[in-house]
Ligand binder design. Structure first.
Ligand code: AMP
Length: 496
C-alpha cells in the first residue's frame, strides 16, 4: 500500500501545475510545476548523498521556498525530517545531532560531526550546488511507506529536562491534514497568508499541508511583520497565526472591517488566545477568530467549528475520528465542569518519543490515550477549555491555583496590558502566587490588584506580590516562558 504522505500531497497539486504555489515577498512566484520539479531534484540529491528511507535529515535553516521543497523531498524519499528552531545555538544543536543521528544535516554553517550542506535565507548554499550537480537524477516516484513509518521527528520546546523528539508517522500527518482541510472548508480558491516559521508543527504541517492538499497558493513570508501582513490581507482568504499575530495586528491603525473583507477565516493557536483579544478582534474587524488546540505530539486535537459558534476562551471539539477526555491522575474521566488533565486519542497521536521508551510509556496509556500535560475542562456542550499546563499549576497551601483563571481576571484591571501568574517558593505555603504584569502605562501595585480581586476571586488564589515588567519572555511561537519567570523570581518571597 502506498502510504507516503508526500504522494497524497502530490496527487492533489499535480492537478494544478500551472497554479501558484508560493508567492514570495520579493515578488517571485513558484508555480506548482516548479515546486513539483524542485522536490524531485532535491530528492535526487538527497539520495545521491546517501539518505536512505528511515534515515534522519536534520535541518536548521531560515524559512524559504527551497526549505519547503527540502521538507517535501525528504518525505518523498522516505527520510525522516527533523526541523530545528533557527534560534538554537550550535551547542544546543550538538545535542539534537547526537540524539537524532542524522545521515545528513542542512544548516547555516558547516559541522564536523555529520555530513553537512548549507542553505541561507534565500535557499542558496552548498545544498543547491549539490542539487545542480545531480540534476540528471531527479526522483520521479515517492518511496513506498507503511502508514506507521516515520515522516518527521519534532523536538518539543520542553521547558524542563531534555528536549524530547516526537515521532510522527505518515499516517499521523495524513489523517490530521485531511481532517483539517475538511473541517476548515479548504478549497483550491483559498489563499493562505503564511507568516509562521516552518521548523514547528504549526507552520510546517498545519498551515502548509492545508494549502498543498488543495493546490492553493501560499503568500510565503520569511517572518511575521504586522504592517506587511496587514497590507497583504486583501490578497488572502485565510490567516493562521499565534495570538501575538493578532495582538500586534490590533495595534495597526489600518485594521478595520474593510481591510479583512477577503478573509474567510482567521485561525489561531499554539498559545492561549485571551478573551480580550478575541473580543477586540471582533470589534475591530467584525470577524470571530477560530481558535484551535494542537501540539507537536498530536498536530491538531480540537478546533472551534467553522460553521457553528466560536466561543472565546474555548478550543472547541475533537476533530473527526479523534477523541479527548478530561481525566484524573489514573486516567479516569472527571465530572463535567471539573478540571483534569487533557488526554487525547486518535490517528493523529504520535508514535512515541525518539529513543525514550520509558517516557513514551509514561505518557501514552495502554488504551492509547496520550497524556498531554495540559489541564482542561468541558462545558455542557462538550467544548474544551484549556486551563493551563500541569507543570504551571501553582499549589499554594495545599490548594490548586490555575494561573489562567487568575490571569483572565487580572487582565481586565484597567492599566494591565497582560499578566503571567506563577508560583514561587514560600516557607509557609510551599508555593505563593505571584503575578508578573506588563502595565499599559503606570505600574500596577498589589493593592490595586487586591482591591479588584477582593469580590471576584478566593483569597488563596490572589497574588501575594506583583512585579511590573516591560515585556513577558516569549518563545518564537508566542508562548510565555513561565520557566524563565519562575527561575527569575524564585527568591522573591524566601526568607534569606
Ligand atoms: P508545541 O508542541 O510547541 O506546539 O506546544 C504545544 C502546547 O501549546 C500545548 O500542549 C498547549 O499547552 C499549548 N497550546 C497550543 N494551542 C493552544 C491553545 N489554543 N490554547 C492554549 N494553549 C495552547
Amino acid at each position: 500500500m502506498m502510504s507516503n504522505f508526500y504522494q497524497t500531497l502530490e496527487n492533489s497539486f499535480v492537478t494544478n501545475l500551472s497554479g501558484d504555489a508560493l508567492r514570495l515577498a520579493d515578488g517571485t512566484v513558484w508555480r506548482y510545476q516548479r515546486l513539483h520539479e524542485r522536490v524531485a531534484e532535491i530528492a535526487g540529491a538527497l539520495v545521491a548523498e546517501g539518505l536512505q528511507p528511515s534515515d534522519r535529515l536534520v535541518v536548521q535553516v531560515e524559512k524559504s521556498a527551497e526549505n519547503l521543497a527540502l521538507y517535501l523531498a525528504c518525505l518523498k524519499v522516505g527520510g525522516v525530517y527533523v526541523p530545528l528552531n533557527t534560534a538554537y545555538t550550535d551547542a544546543e544543536v550538538d545535542y539534537f545531532v547526537q540524539d537524532a543521528k542524522p545521515t545528513l544535516f542542512v544548516g547555516q554553517s558547516q559541522r564536523s560531526d555529520v555530513k553537512t550542506f548549507t542553505m541561507d535565507e534565500n535557499g542558496q548554499g552548498t545544498l543547491l550546488e549539490c542539487v545542480a550537480a545531480h540534476s540528471d537524477l531527479p526522483v520521479s516516484s515517492a518511496v513506498t511507506r507503511q502508514p506507521d513509518d516515520l515522516a518527521a521527528i519534532l523536538y518539543t520546546s520542553g521547558t524542563t529536562g531534555r528536549s524530547k523528539g516526537a515521532m510522527l508517522s505518515h499516517a499521523n500527518l495524513a489523517s490530521n491534514a485531511l481532517s483539517l482541510s475538511t473541517c476548515w472548508g479548504w478549497q483550491k480558491e483559498d489563499v493562505l497568508l503564511h507568516a509562521l516559521p516552518i521548523f514547528h508543527v504549526h507552520g510546517l504541517f498545519i498551515a502548509s499541508h492545508c494549502a498543498l492538499l488543495n493546490a492553493a497558493p501560499m503568500i510565503f513570508l520569511p517572518k511575521f511583520d504586522a504592517a506587511q501582513v496587514l497590507e497583504l490581507l486583501p490578497q488572502a482568504t485565510v490567516l493562521m497565526g499565534v495570538p501575538t499575530f493578532y495582538t500586534r495586528l490590533l495595534q495597526q491603525a489600518g485594521l478595520n472591517h474593510a481591510s479583512v473583507a477577503s478573509i474567510r477565516v482567521f485561525i489561531c493557536g499554539s498559545a492561549p488566545l485571551t478573551e480580550q483579544t478575541f473580543n477586540a478582534w471582533e470589534a475591530a474587524t467584525g470577524q470571530r477568530i477560530l481558535e484551535r488546540y494542537g501540539m507537536s505530539e498530536t498536530i491538531i486535537n480540537t478546533s472551534n467549528p467553522l460553521a457553528g459558534e466560536r466561543v472565546a476562551g474555548t478550543v472547541g471539539f475533537a476533530l473527526p475520528a479523534q477523541e479527548f477526555r478530561i481525566a484524573d491522575a489514573d486516567g479516569k474521566p472527571v465530572q463535567t465542569g471539573e478540571i483534569g488533565t487533557i488526554e487525547v486519542r486518535g490517528p493523529n497521536v504520535f508514535r512515541g518519543y525518539w529513543q525514550m521508551p520509558e517516557k513514551t510509556a509514561e505518557e501514552i496509556r495502554d488504551d492509547g490515550f496520550f497524556i498531554t500535560g495540559d489541564l482542561g475542562t468541558t462545558d455542557e456542550d462538550g467544548r474544551l477549555s484549556i486551563v493551563g499546563r500541569a507543570k504551571d499549576l501553582v499549589i499554594s497551601g495545599g490548594y490548586n491555583v490555575y494561573p489562567k483563571e487568575v490571569e483572565g481576571i487580572i487582565d481586565k484591571i484597567p492599566g494591565v496590558s497582560e499578566s503571567a501568574v506563577i508560583g514561587v517558593p514560600h516557607a509557609d505555603f510551599g508555593e505563593a502566587v505571584v503575578v508578573v504584569i506588563v502595565p499599559s502605562a503606570e505600574p500596577v501595585d498589589i493593592e490595586t490588584i487586591h482591591a479588584y480581586l477582593a469580590e471576584r476571586l478566593a483569597r488563596f488564589k490572589q497574588p501575594k506580590m506583583a512585579v511590573n515588567v516591560e515585556a513577558l519572555p516569549r518563545n518564537t511561537m508566542g508562548k510565555v516562558q513561565k520557566n524563565i519567570l519562575r527561575e527569575q523570581y524564585a527568591g522573591l518571597l524566601s526568607q534569606d
